[in-house]
Ligand binder design. Structure first.
Ligand SMILES: Cc1ncc(COP(=O)(O)O)c(C=O)c1O
Length: 400
C-alpha cells in the first residue's frame, strides 16, 4: 500500500502575521456563555442596536420583488455611486466624480482594498493608537509595518502633527486616520487633517481617512478630510476616504461601504475586487440608494440617543473608584482607563480584567490590548439605557 503524503503543515506566511479579530473573539465567547444560559450585559460588539430604518428595508424588498438579484458591475451600480458622491458632496462639498467611487462589501472591505492596492512589503503605515483592530492586521497582512503613534489620553486621545512628522521615514506610505475613532471616540481637528494633507501632498504619500463614524459627532459638526482636500491643490490626489453604511444607517449585517479616491486608485482596487468579492449584494445596493436619498431623521435620532447614553455611561464610569474616563467626542465607544481598578483587584492586564469581568459579573467588554494600549477596556454603548445602568451596577460591584 502506498503511504499517503502527510498534509502540508505550513500555511502561507501572511496568515502568521494576523490573528482572529479580538472583538470577534469576544463576541464568540459571549455567545458561548449566553448559549449556556448566562445573563450577560453586552458592551462588546461595535454595532448599533437599532433596527435598519423601514424605508431602507422596503427598498431592498422591492428590489427582490423586481428580481434585482443578479451580478452587477463589480464596482457597484451607477445610481448608487451617484447617490454616494452626491450625498458626500451635499454634506462635505467634496465634488467627487463617478469614477472616483467604489462600492464595497462594507467599510472594512474598502480599507482592505486600499491597503492591498497601496502597501508594498516593508512599507510603513502611520497608525495612531488606540487603533481599531483590523487596521493593524490589514497592514501586516499586506506585508506592511504599522508605525504606531501614541495619542494623548489627557487631551481626549488626540494627536499633534509633530507626533506624526517625527515618525515619517522614506518608507512611509500611508498615514491612516480614523475620526471619530474606534475605540477612543476621539475626533481629530480639521487643522490636523490639513497639516497631514500638506505632508501627503509634499511627500507623495497617502492619507487614508476612515470616516465610518463621520455622522456621529456630538458637537453636531461632521467632518470629512475631503472638504479640505478639495480646497488644497493636489491634496485630493493623495486622499482615500473609506465610508460605511453600517453605523450610519444601522446596516451592519447588510455589508455595504464605499471608497472615494482618485480614479487611478479606484481602478486598482476594482481590479482586486473583481477577482475576489465581485459586487456588493445587488439588492443591498438598492437599499443603499434609499438610505442616502431618503429621510435622514433616523440618523439624527440615533445620534441623539447615543448622546444620552454617552452621558449615562461616562458619568457612571467616572463614579467608580479606580476608573477614569474621557468623554468621547464621536462614535459610540467609551474607553476608560482602568489602571486604578486593576491595581485594586490585583489584576495585571486589561485582558485579564475583561476576562474576569465577563466570567464573574457577566459584563462583556473588549480589552485594550486589542487596540494597542495597556490600561483600558472598551465599552460599546450601542446598548439600551437599561443595559448601561445594569452593566455599570455590575462593574461597580466587581470593582468594589
Ligand atoms: C473604525 C472602523 N472602520 C471600519 C469599520 C467597518 O465597518 P463595516 O465593514 O461594517 O462597514 C468599523 C466597524 O466596526 C470600524 O469601527
Amino acid at each position: 500500500m502506498p503511504t499517503l503524503a502527510p498534509p502540508p503543515a505550513a500555511f502561507a506566511a501572511r496568515m502568521s502575521r494576523i490573528s482572529v479579530s479580538a472583538t470577534a473573539a469576544v463576541v464568540m465567547e459571549a455567545e458561548r456563555l449566553r448559549a449556556a444560559g448566562r445573563d450577560l450585559v453586552d458592551f462588546g460588539a461595535g454595532e448599533p442596536d437599532f433596527p435598519t430604518p423601514a424605508h431602507i428595508k422596503r427598498a431592498a424588498q422591492q428590489a427582490l420583488d423586481e428580481n434585482f438579484t443578479r451580478y452587477t458591475a463589480a464596482g457597484g451600480i451607477a445610481p448608487l455611486k451617484d447617490a454616494i458622491r452626491q450625498a458626500h458632496d451635499r454634506d462635505f462639498a467634496s465634488g467627487y466624480a463617478r469614477e472616483e467611487v467604489l462600492v464595497t462589501c462594507g467599510g472594512k472591505h474598502a480599507l482592505f482594498n486600499t491597503i492591498s492596492a497601496l502597501v508594498e512589503h516593508g512599507d510603513e503605515v502611520i497608525l495612531p493608537a488606540p487603533y481599531w483592530v483590523s487596521f493593524h492586521d490589514q497592514i501586516t497582512y499586506a506585508g506592511g509595518i504599522p508605525v504606531v503613534v501614541a495619542t494623548d489620553e489627557a487631551a481626549g486621545f488626540t494627536l499633534t502633527i509633530d507626533a506624526i512628522t517625527s515618525r515619517l521615514t522614506p518608507r512611509t506610505r500611508i498615514i491612516l486616520l480614523n475620526s471619530p475613532a474606534n475605540p477612543s471616540g476621539a475626533v481629530f481637528s480639521p487643522e490636523l487633517f490639513r497639516a497631514v494633507l500638506e505632508i501627503c501632498r509634499e511627500r507623495g504619500i497617502w492619507l487614508l481617512s476612515d470616516e465610518c463614524y463621520s455622522k456621529f459627532v456630538y458637537s453636531g459638526q461632521p467632518y470629512s478630510a475631503a472638504t479640505d482636500a478639495a480646497k488644497l491643490p493636489g491634496a485630493k490626489e493623495r486622499l482615500i476616504v473609506a465610508g460605511s453604511f453600517s453605523k450610519t444607517y444601522a446596516m451592519t449585517g447588510w455589508r455595504l461601504g464605499y471608497a472615494l479616491a482618485p480614479a487611478v486608485v479606484i481602478k486598482q482596487m476594482l481590479k482586486l475586487q473583481s477577482h475576489s468579492t465581485s459586487n456588493a449584494t445587488s439588492f443591498v445596493q438598492k437599499a443603499g440608494i434609499a438610505a442616502l436619498t431618503g429621510p435622514q431623521e433616523p440618523v439624527r435620532e440615533m445620534l441623539a440617543e447615543y448622546s444620552r447614553r454617552r452621558e449615562l455611561i461616562v458619568t457612571g464610569l467616572r463614579g467608580i473608584p479606580g476608573i477614569t474616563c474621557n468623554e468621547p467626542a464621536g462614535a459610540f465607544y467609551a474607553y476608560p482607563n482602568i489602571t486604578g481598578a486593576m491595581a485594586k483587584k490585583g489584576i495585571a492586564t486589561p485582558l485579564d480584567f475583561a476576562g474576569r469581568l465577563l466570567q464573574e459579573a457577566g459584563v462583556v467588554t473588549v480589552p485594550g490590548e486589542a487596540f494597542g494600549t495597556g490600561a483600558h477596556i472598551r465599552f460599546s454603548y450601542a446598548a439600551s439605557q437599561d443595559a448601561i445602568r445594569e452593566g455599570l451596577k455590575r462593574l461597580a460591584a466587581f470593582c468594589a
